[in-house]
Each structure stands twice: as structure tokens, then as C-alpha cells.
Design a protein around this ligand. Structure first.
Ligand SMILES: NC(=O)C1=CN([C@@H]2O[C@H](COP(=O)(O)OP(=O)(O)OC[C@H]3O[C@@H](n4cnc5c(N)ncnc54)[C@H](OP(=O)(O)O)[C@@H]3O)[C@@H](O)[C@H]2O)C=CC1
Ligand SMILES: CC(=O)C(=O)O
Ligand SMILES: [Mg+2]
Length: 586
């Protein structure tokens, strides 16, 4: 509990030092210039700042002016990170009000730069004594439990997290193995949980499991802050992860765990092992699968309406066969089976998967990773195709989906070919951050005579069609539209596990969440400015599916109508104004 303050009096606290320290060490308690004169007196802060008492809105306008004056995106990231640890309320007011401007700073693409630089900037990000993430490594079970309990973001307040995002830093966006520097990703994802789905910031737990790194450059960098050792082999890796997850589950049995940016060689195995044991999901496999299915549903509807293409006539090339590519393929396949009535075999035959060695086939001669085998083609008659252009000529796809982290892979020739093959080619270069994207929106527009149906993982600028006043807005196919709603829905329904049905329901709900105006503009995804409304829709669908499947444990959701569930979901949402933040409620 926070130090007790007599709310009926303005007498200085009997222990002013501890109160001051608490404010200095907690962005949850510090209101900065918004603190009333009465509170300042009660906390014995007289003379420790200028007299002005400001509104949150005025604080926000000043902070935005300073933020916009910063030259580089990394400086903006650092500024916001510092703001977050010194004044949480102001930070989230800004993130929520200005999400389209702030998301590219706290999330992709800048979070990628911040992770690359994390060891250089870490000491300057947080206020002294304020933890901004939990750093775990291989240890005994008892020590892990003690370390987990040691993470208390608000001094003296009982910490009961709703959601943890955990990475081992082995595949950070499309930037590879960044070791302990990967902590920036769970931090950024959880900020979107707060801004996008109203998860209480005091109930979020960002975790990096530092088991070393295979990034030689980092291991030799004098400023690198993680363990300077190679990553363990699988016979060591899996037992350590098991111990860590058991410790987390022991301390916080109700907490939802989101796996994030684990290398594909482990991501599938971990999901398979834990998805029915603990309440967890893998964002790169399932969150990405759902968000891209949602965009594809709207693309299918659009080309059917505009060009008369039958949904069953789509052929999809996946460029990239990692956790994201295969996760997306499975999710779209489910749609083809459920909504279009195709058999499993018919649906799966509409997909061609490409990895670094070319088209994935059963007779290619190499040992395929387990997650690729299901989609490996057996109808290639011995022919192996390596180049993407040849693959396009062979498959004649209607859709090209990039999850390869290969910048420029969708070059002018590839894009032109997609434009020749289709009236409205669907091209999704989804790799992150923007430096890793397979192509930009501008390139896709120019090389398809502006006919492309487009979504990218990182937001690209709008495109003004030359010689006209028409401005086209690119879609952003990023799992940030899904994971906040899945987490919130799981928090509300308290399911025994997060089922495939719940993930599928989240995708369909997102696809159906666009307004008539958004659809009329040809958008595939809703505006980010509506993220809370959209997350509530997604979360409600998740809760309803959990109830339908009989796995929801929360008694209060059972027997409720759709509107009642939507209201219950909205009631769960935290907002900066509704929070009194420890000592500030005097
Ligand atoms: N938009 C979004 O919401 C999301 C985007 N992503 C992005 O997706 C990307 C991939 O993530 P993930 O699947 O986990 O990563 P992986 O590294 O596991 O997968 C990358 C895949 O791309 C393949 N690849 C590499 N080079 C080539 C090449 N020259 N030609 C064809 N294929 C190639 C790899 O082949 P091989 O198997 O042979 O090595 C591998 O199958 C990342 O950039 C990530 O940021 C991820 C999640 C969400
Ligand atoms: C968005 C995301 O999760 C990724 O690029 O890994
Ligand atoms: Mg990810």
C-alpha cells in the first residue's frame, strides 16, 4: 500500500520524506505541474516547484511541442520513455490522443532502432529506481520465483499483473537476434495494451529472458548489457524456458502470457507445448495470423465486389516461411474452410510457400523444418523454382504476402508482374520495421498503376496519385489491432486457455469492425484513432467465443448478451483521468 495520507486534512504528512521519495520514484504518483496546491501542501512540497497548477491538457500540449521539436525518432523515443517513468498519466494521455503520431515512435519502426541501441540508451530511459521491465535468466526455480516477486512497478503496492509479454530476444522484428536489447519489444507491446485496450499500466509485465545471444557484434560491443555467451542448445533451452514459465505461473497463475519475437525454430514448439497448459498465445504466429486474415477478408470482399473475383479463385504466395508466414497461412486456410466451405486439402492447395531456398516442395532435397512440411507442395513434378518472378509465373497468384525480412524483395519487376496478373493485385509487404519491408506503398502504387490492394507491417506515408488530388491511404497489417483485444478479452473471460476459436473470432470481428466510411474509402483496417473501440469489439468476440466453447471461467460473463459483454469489456478499460494514482487521491 502507498503511505497513508489523511484525506480529510491538508496537514503535511507525518513522513514527508517517504512521500517525496515515492513521487520522485514513481511516474504513477507524480502529476508534475498538474498537482493541486492543496496536495502540494499536504505532501510538504512547498517551494519545490513553480506555483502554476496546470491541466493535463496543457501539460500535453507542452510535451507535444517539445516532442515535435526533437530531430530524430530515437530522441523522441527516449523523451517518451522518460516521460513514461516520470508521469504515467501524461504519457498515456498523449499516446491515446495522438496514437497515429506516437505509435511509430513507441512501436514499429522506432522501437526497432531503440532495440538495436538499447544497451547504449538504457541507462537514460528510466527514472532512477523505476523498473521498466523484468530481466530473467537461467536460475534455480526458487530464485526465479523470488526475482519475479521482486518486480514491483509501484513501490509498496501489491503487483497483480494481468498480462506479461515475454521475449528471449532471438528474433526481434526483422532485425534478428538482439539478445537482451529485445526488452524494448515487450515494453512497446504493453504500452499498446494500455493505450489500445485499456489494460491498467500497473498490471503489465514486460519480460526478457536473457540466455545469451548469437549476435557476435553485440557480444563484442563493450556497452552490450546482456549475457555475453552463445545461446544454449535445445536440450538446455527447453528446460530453462519450462522453469521460467512454471515460476511465472506459480507466482501469477491468472496472468495471460504473450510470447513475442522468439525465433521460429522455437516459437511453434513452445506454443504447442504451452497453449493448453497456461493462458498464453504467440503473437507472431496467432496475432499476426488473425490480423492478416482480417485484412485478407476485406480484400477478398473488395475484389469480389469491384472485379467479380470469386473468393475460391484466390491463389496465395507467401514469401517467408517463418512463424509469421506459416501462422498467417494457417489462419487464412481456416477461413477458406469455414467461410468458403473448401475441404482442408482444397484450401491448403491454394497456398504456395517460399523460403530462402525457393518454393517449398517435398522433393527439394533438403530437410524441411517441421513447421514447413504441411504446406510443402507435392505437385511440382520434380521442378524446383527458386526465383520469385518464376514462382509468380508458375502460380499466377492473386495475393503476394511478404514475411521474409528481405527489404526490396518485391521489386518493380515483381510488382509489375502482380499488376499484369490481376486487375487489383493484393500485395502485403508485412516485414518490420520499415527498413525490412519487401516494398513501400509508393513503389507498390507506381508499379501497379495505382491498382494495388496494400497493407504493410509498418505504416507507410499516404500516396498522392500524380496529376490528381486523390490521396490513397495504405493499410497497416500489424498485430497491434489484435493482441490488445485478445489480451483484454482473456482478462475479462478468464478462459482456461486461449483457443484457436478465440483467435479466429478476433480476426473476423476485426474485419467486421470497419465503419461504412472506412469501407467506402477502400480501407482494409479501421483507423488507429478508433483503436479502443475496435479492441473492445475484438475483446467481446473473444469473450463470446470462450463462453461458447465452455472455457470461460469468469462467472460474471456467463449468460450475458452481446451488448452486456461489450459494456463489461468497456468497463474494464483503464484511463488516465479515472485513475487516482496512489498518493494523488488526497
Ligand atoms: N506485420 C506484422 O504484424 C508482423 C510482421 N512480422 C514480420 O515478419 C517477418 C518474419 O518474421 P518470422 O516469420 O518470425 O521470421 P523468420 O526469420 O522465422 O522467417 C523469415 C522467413 O523468411 C525466409 N527468407 C529469408 N530470406 C529469404 C529470401 N531471400 N527469399 C525468400 N524467403 C526468405 C526465411 O527462410 P528460411 O526458413 O529458409 O530461413 C524464413 O522462412 C519479420 O520481419 C517480422 O517483423 C512478424 C510478426 C507480425
Ligand atoms: C509486429 C510484430 O510482432 C513483429 O514484427 O514481430
Ligand atoms: Mg513480433
Amino acid at each position: 500500500m502507498a503511505p497513508t495520507i489523511d484525506s480529510s486534512s491538508t496537514t503535511p504528512s507525518s513522513n514527508p520524506k517517504s512521500t517525496r521519495e515515492q513521487i520522485a520514484h514513481s511516474g504513477y504518483d507524480n502529476e508534475g505541474t498538474a498537482m493541486t496546491t492543496e496536495k502540494r501542501q499536504a505532501l510538504n512540497l512547498n517551494g519545490l516547484g513553480p506555483v502554476a497548477v496546470e491541466t493535463l491538457d496543457k501539460q500535453k500540449r507542452r510535451a507535444m511541442r517539445l516532442l515535435r521539436s526533437k530531430q530524430s525518432m530515437l530522441e523522441k523515443y527516449i523523451f517518451l520513455a522518460q516521460l513514461r517513468t516520470t508521469n504515467i498519466r501524461l504519457f498515456y494521455r498523449i499516446v491515446m490522443d495522438e496514437l497515429p503520431e506516437i505509435a511509430p515512435i513507441i512501436y514499429t519502426p522506432t522501437v526497432g532502432t531503440a532495440c538495436m541501441e538499447y544497451s547504449n540508451i538504457y541507462p537514460y530511459l528510466a527514472a532512477p529506481g523505476v523498473p521498466d521491465g523484468l530481466f530473467l535468466t537461467d536460475d534455480s526455480f526458487d530464485n526465479l520465483v523470488a526475482t519475479i516477486k521482486n518486480y514491483q512497478p509501484v513501490a509498496g503496492e501489491d503487483f497483480q499483473p494481468d498480462i506479461a509479454v515475454i521475449t528471449d530476444g532471438s528474433r526481434i522484428l526483422g532485425l534478428g537476434d538482439l539478445g537482451v536489447n529485445g526488452i524494448g519489444i515487450p515494453i512497446g507491446k504493453l504500452q499498446l495494451y494500455v493505450a489500445g485496450a485499456g489494460i491498467d499500466p500497473r498490471k503489465t509485465l514486460p519480460i526478457v529472458l536473457d540466455l545469451g545471444t548469437n549476435n557476435d557484434k553485440f557480444r563484442q560491443d563493450e556497452f552490450y548489457l546482456g549475457l555475453r555467451q552463445p545461446r544454449p542448445a535445445d536440450d538446455q533451452f527447453y528446460p530453462v524456458v519450462d522453469k521460467v514459465l512454471s515460476a511465472l505461473h506459480t507466482v501469477y497463475p491468472q496472468m495471460v502470457i504473450q510470447f513475442e519475437d522468439w525465433s521460429s525454430e522455437h516459437a511453434f514448439g513452445l506454443l504447442e507445448k504451452y497453449q493448453n497448459k497456461i493462458v498464453c498465445f504467440n503473437d507472431d504466429i496467432q496475432g499476426t495470423g488473425a490480423v492478416i486474415l482480417s485484412g485478407i477478408i476485406n480484400a477478398i470482399r473488395k475484389v469480389e465486389k469491384d472485379d467479380g473475383v470469386s473468393p475460391k479463385d484466390h491463389r496465395v504466395v507467401f514469401y517467408g516461411a517463418g512463424s509469421a508466414g506459416i501462422g498467417v497461412a494457417h489462419q487464412i486456410q481456416e477461413y477458406f474452410q469455414i467461410e468458403l466451405g473448401l475441404s482442408e486439402d482444397e484450401a491448403k492447395r491454394l497456398f504456395w510457400i517460399v523460403d530462402s531456398k525457393g518454393l517449398v516442395t517435398l522433393d527439394r532435397g533438403d530437410k524441411l523444418a517441421k513447421h514447413k512440411v504441411y504446406y510443402a507442395r507435392d505437385d511440382n513434378h520434380g521442378q524446383q523454382t527458386k526465383e520469385l518472378l518464376d514462382i509468380l509465373d508458375y502460380v499466377k497468384p492473386t495475393m503476394l504476402i511478404g514475411l521474409s525480412s528481405q527489404p526490396g524483395a518485391f521489386n518493380a519487376q515483381i510488382l509489375r508482374r502482380m499488376g499484369e496478373l490481376n486487375k487489383s493485385p493484393v500485395v502485403f509487404p508485412l516485414s518490420n520495421p520499415a527498413t525490412q519491408a519487401e516494398c513501400s506503398f509508393e513503389q507498390a502504387m507506381i508499379n501497379t498503376d495505382n491498382r494495388v490492394i496494400f497493407a504493410s507491417g509498418t505504416a507507410f506515408p499516404n500516396f498522392k496519385i500524380p496529376g490528381t488530388n486523390e490521396v490513397k491511404v495504405p493499410g497497416q497489417g500489424n498485430n497491434m489491432y489484435i493482441f490488445p483485444g485478445v489480451g483484454l478479452g482473456s482478462r475479462v473471460a478468464r478462459p482456461t486457455s486461449i483457443s484457436g476459436g478465440m483467435i479466429y473470432a478476433s480476426a473476423v470481428a476485426l474485419a467486421d469492425s470497419l465503419t461504412a466510411d472506412e469501407l467506402a474509402q477502400g480501407w482494409l483496417y479501421p483507423s488507429l484513432t478508433r483503436i479502443r473501440e475496435v479492441s473492445a469489439i475484438v475483446a467481446t468476440a473473444v469473450v463470446e467465443k470462450a463462453i461458447e466453447e465452455g472455457i470461460a471461467q469468469a462467472a460474471e460473463v456467463k449468460g450475458k448478451s452481446h451488448d452486456e459483454l461489450l459494456a463489461a469489456v468497456n468497463e474494464h478499460m483503464w484511463s488516465p483521468e479515472s485513475d487516482t494514482f496512489g498518493v494523488s487521491h488526497i
